[in-house]
Write a protein that binds this ligand. Sequence first.
Ligand code: ADE
Length: 248
Amino acid sequence: MSTPALRFDVFTLFPRTVEAPLEESIIRRAIERGIVAVQAHDIRTWTHDRHRTADDTPYGGGAGMVMLAAPIVDGVEAVLGDELPAARVLVMTPAGRVFDQAMARDLARAQRVVVICGHYEGIDQRVIDVLGAEEVSIGDYVLTGGELAASVVIDAVARLVPGVIEEASISEESHSSGLVEYPQYTRPQQYRGLDVPGVLLSGHHAQIAAWRRAESIRKTAAIRPDLLAKADLTERERAKVEEITGDA
Ligand code: ADE
């Protein structure tokens, strides 16, 4: 099989938690077709004591345990070898930069991405310093560990690698233009007394496109007004939004 376009190496205490979500559907197919590769590595492989210790108490005191630097750094260096300098290295943590579609697009252009999953109270800062890692959060809430966050990032990035899904789905979906997607309908035309909007049955492509665009903007203004400032809007659309919301 040829070299995958993008390879993820995930370092974790719980490899199965990372692997399980990749065993279904689109990402599984991308892996089977050799477009992307994902390898989960057990950090304990690079521990050296009888108990395979991967954590210790924090200097300065405080609750919980901190993951040791050495097993993680040794593991990343052993697996990546010469390719480490060119790889992107991510540490999943609620204290990181919040992951978004722009970050997903950027990561999809890499050839190798290392994802380090923290657990307990976090990982020794020197992992980040030595590996030049980027700290990434998937949102403002706290998970029990970085594994589910890693799966989220891998899924969002892998689907953007050319050949994984249809290009048209990507350009039309939520966040591609900084707006959330318009409402979708399929058969039947009437369900529980609710009709499909007439314009969608008209066959009039320009009107359908205009309706969808207006719905995207309306919905974004209603539920994600924070996105509007950076969204790709024409002068007229921006004026319209200001008219509805009182600002932009
Ligand atoms: N680990 C725990 N919570 C997290 C979050 N919100 N994002 C990334 N990693 C995490």
